[in-house]
Write a protein that binds this ligand. Sequence first.
Ligand SMILES: [Zn+2]
Length: 109
Amino acid sequence: MKKPPGPDRERRGRLVRSLGALREMLPGSFVERKRSCGHPNCRCADGKSLHSQFQISVLVDGKPKAFNVPAELREQVREKTAMRRRFDDAAAAICSINLKRFLAQKDNR
Ligand SMILES: [Zn+2]
């Protein structure tokens, strides 16, 4: 009979299975910037009714880059950068379970 998995192994299994849903994750962070367009007759000329500009801010080869995001894609990009944080949290939780298991295994040799 198979040894029943402990709560840590069950939790690790759930975490690993949750990663597939995060496959569309994007790196970096989603940012919204306010800017004026420079046209003297535009609503933004008062310096208050500024335009929103959406960007994804990422490191590419170690250098910070910002790429514009079209307004209609902003929710998608916001969600996908949040996926990366959930991925990192899950990876950290898996590592901490594995460390605990490694230390227990090492002591029980
Ligand atoms: Zn403007």
